[in-house]
Design a binder for this molecule. Structure first.
Ligand code: SF4
Ligand code: SF4
Length: 186
């Protein structure tokens, strides 16, 4: 992968240092997002092309899944090795609008189950972190394969939110939660 030109490499570089809080948020939760539940091996979904960073590495295993390639880690890694999804968590860029080209920043629907920052919503996180995730979305949306992947991620997020609303009818709708630290950054 061209470290300077590939969209995923550019996004990884953008999020190399900036994190959700000024301090290491993993200290508050014991890095909950890096832990698998007992007996359950979960992986992080890689962006198209990102698997080249982990090929041949004994400490990262790659596995094919419906949406793409998963990387399975041992629950600890150095900052420079984090996959893009880990760098952006608990946020991610989604594509909205009739043409699916409008980049928004959303709270990852899966974060509510694991991340203590999720209850504070988007605005509880550093502005430069949110801006970097947004910029990544814009970089990725310019590339055909990455744009298709972002659209699939957006659909998956919508399905997860719909499921959550179904299971917990009192949960706020995405529209009303936008200005309450909810799903999409306007
Ligand atoms: S679960 Fe949330 S607060 Fe904890 S390390 Fe991950 S992103 Fe930070
Ligand atoms: S790849 Fe690294 S940052 Fe991502 S879940 Fe595994 S240990 Fe955590």
């Amino acid at each position: 992968m061209d470290e300077t030109r590939h969209p995923v490499a550019r996004c990884r570089a953008l999020l190399a240092e900036v994190t959700p809080l000024q301090t290491d948020c993993g200290r508050f939760c014991g890095a909950a997002c890096c832990r698998s539940l007992p007996g359950e091996e979960t992986g992080m979904l890689l962006f198209p092309g990102e698997e080249t960073f982990y090929a041949g590495r004994p400490d990262f295993r790659l596995r094919q899944a419906a949406m793409g390639t998963l990387v399975i880690c041992g629950g600890a890694c150095s900052r420079s090795e984090r996959p893009l999804a880990c760098r952006m968590f608990p946020l991610l860029p989604v594509l909205r609008g009739a043409d699916g080209l409008e980049v928004k920043v959303a709270l990852d629907a899966r974060s509510r189950a694991v991340c203590p920052l999720a209850s504070g919503g988007l605005r509880g996180m550093r502005e430069d972190f949110r801006a970097a995730v947004r910029q990544c979305g814009e970089i990725l949306a310019e590339d055909g394969a990455q744009r298709a992947f972002l659209l699939a991620l957006t659909r998956e997020q919508d399905e997860l939110r719909a499921l959550r609303r179904e299971l917990t009818p009192a949960a706020p709708s995405p529209v009303s939660s936008r200005h309450e630290g909810g799903d999409d950054l306007v």
